[in-house]
Design a protein around this ligand. Structure first.
Ligand SMILES: Nc1ncnc2c1ncn2[C@@H]1O[C@H](COP(=O)(O)OP(=O)(O)OP(=O)(O)O)[C@@H](O)[C@H]1O
Length: 516
């Protein structure tokens, strides 16, 4: 049976397979699946209706059908398309990832579900609004990569309620580790070995200027009291603490239940923070790694996150000049990491909730949980590694190839820049379909010449079209789909300086004419 080209009758639903905080789950159109049933029905209908094209990684889907739905769909596949074997699973998984990253630029890709509403209800969670990864096109990893846990889910229904509770606490802004599939992709020969782990390293125990025992930390945080809690992220909870000498610090305590899976993240953060010293990067002061506790002590940054300010949570709205300064600070921090640290460091999780502000609204980049160092060889161009990051900020080329370079941070920075200009989150599911992906919406508005529509409506001042245009041009360059089209972070900083200069001139011109 040959596979016809995709017909309109096939329609699309979005199938995502994602991992968050160490847990895997599957969603279709943003609705979490509690059982393999739906995805198997979907595959069956898609194969039977000839909905796959040759380039749709059909062999991977077939392998999934075979392995996880106990169904053989191979007879539906045109021999010209592919050679199918269960042994090709690994290759298939890789291709599925490729397919999923294509979804980054094609929202409508997916498979069709021929199911009644009753069937959908029966097999899905009753609270779809809590699903963190119903992120159209952004974090798609289609069902092929889910499989080990998918099976487990089938068998271990009793664990669903635990998983449900976990998922409900996740939100769109959380950092994520995407799928286990990339772990199976061998690293390139030039990849340096993982950094040594922290636990027993005598060197690491000397890191930082603050050395506290666990009892001292307990005292400083009033036994990790909610009254001194600053916030919570994927790694754990952050507390404000005053040390006996009066120094105010932030204490980040890993979640107990996640400690084993966070081992790398913790050591990454400690090792990397320890090596860097820059005004626009949050400073590591110390750490504790005893028994079941992983605790990082960093400089306390008193004025909340950039995201909170864009949301207007502090009353006063950031004006445009402050936003440009913040963008410059972040660009400087990233340039330092990319170019001037001992080794190239790629942050991997540049986003507005990881930008902390000082009282004078200067920015400090925090959260090095996902950061990677490497690229010490002069001719090494990338690190092959797992895809990690946050929905909406993830470099599509990294998603597709697993090749991490400093340009992945540049991509995230481009998305951040649009967020700074517009005030909108990179993905906003509450918006109409054509506005949900902010970068696309902004690009469309920009190409129609409506740059003022993109500007944050909370801004009180008028900003010249020329300046908004310059910022947007830079943002789109940074968020180019291929890394070769993106500028280096240093150049981004220089361009922002030019914009700042030009904006200053315009402002001075305006105030001059007001005084005349
Ligand atoms: N050094 C700090 N000074 C002041 N507040 C901080 C500091 N570090 C973190 N916070 C606060 O704690 C919150 C949680 O931080 P954390 O880095 O753990 O998570 P996140 O970046 O929001 O999420 P994720 O880790 O999932 O990406 C932040 O949003 C911020 O409000």
């Amino acid at each position: 049976v040959s596979v016809p080209t995709l017909s309109k009758a096939c329609g699309y639903d979005q199938v995502d397979y994602l991992r968050s905080r160490g847990e895997y789950y599957l969603s279709i159109n943003g609705i979490r699946m509690d059982d393999a049933f739906l995805i198997c029905k979907a595959l069956e209908s898609y194969f039977k209706n000839g909905c796959f094209t040759c380039d749709a990684n059909v062999e991977s889907w077939t392998t999934i059908g075979e392995k996880y739905c106990d169904q053989d769909f191979t007879s539906f596949v045109d021999v010209k398309c592919s050679t199918i074997s269960v042994d090709s699973l690994k290759q298939g998984e890789r291709k599925l990832l490729l397919q999923s990253s294509e979804n980054v630029t094609n929202l409508s890709q997916g498979i069709k579900l021929d199911l009644s509403d009753e069937e959908k209800k029966e097999y899905t969670s009753s609270e779809p609004q809590n699903i963190p990864l119903a992120i159209p096109g952004m974090l798609l990893l289609c069902c092929g990569v889910l499989c080990p846990c998918f099976h487990a889910k089938r068998k271990e229904k009793s664990e669903h309620s635990v998983l449900d509770r976990e998922l409900k606490s996740v939100d769109l802004n959380s950092s994520l580790e995407l799928s286990s599939v990339s772990e199976k992709i061998p690293a390139t020969p030039r990849v340096p070995p993982s950094p040594s782990r922290f636990s027993s390293s005598p060197q690491l125990s000397r890191i930082g200027s603050v050395h506290l025992s666990i009892n001292q930390i307990i005292r400083a945080t009033h036994n990790f009291s909610n009254s001194v809690k600053l916030g919570e992220g994927g790694f754990g909870t952050v507390y404000k603490a005053v040390l006996p000498d009066g120094q105010v610090v932030a204490i980040k305590r890993a979640k107990k239940e996640q400690i084993s899976s966070l081992r790398d993240e913790f050591s990454n953060e400690v090792e990397l923070l320890a090596k860097i010293e820059h005004n626009n990067l949050v400073r590591l002061l110390g750490y504790t790694d005893k028994g079941n506790e992983r605790i990082i002590i960093t400089e306390y940054v008193p004025n909340g996150t950039l995201r909170e300010h864009l949301d207007g949570l502090y009353g006063k709205i950031l004006d445009f000049s402050q936003r440009v300064e913040i963008a410059i600070d972040v660009a400087h921090a990233l340039t330092y990491l990319h170019l001037y640290a001992e080794k190239t460091i790629i942050h991997r999780d540049v986003k507005s909730s990881n930008i902390l502000l000082t009282e004078s609204y200067r920015a400090k980049v925090s959260d090095f949980g996902f950061a990677r160092s490497g690229l010490s060889d002069t001719d090494q161009t990338h690190i092959s590694t797992k895809v990690k990051g946050t929905a909406g900020y993830l470099d599509p080329e990294y998603l597709r190839t697993y090749q991490l370079t400093p340009k992945s941070d540049v991509f995230s920075f481009g998305i951040l820049l649009i967020e700074i200009i517009s005030g909108r989150r990179p993905v906003d599911l509450k918006k109409n379909a054509d506005e949900r992906i902010t970068v696309r919406w902004a690009f469309k508005k920009h190409s129609e010449g409506n740059v003022q529509d993109i500007l944050d409506p909370l801004l009180e001042e008028k900003v010249d079209d020329e300046i908004v245009g310059m910022m947007l041009d830079l943002a789109f360059d940074c968020a180019a789909p291929t890394r070769s089209s993106r500028p280096a972070m240093k150049e981004v900083g220089e361009q922002l300086w030019e914009i700042r200069k030009r904006y200053g001139k315009i402002l001075r011109g305006m105030s001059g004419s007001l005084h005349q």
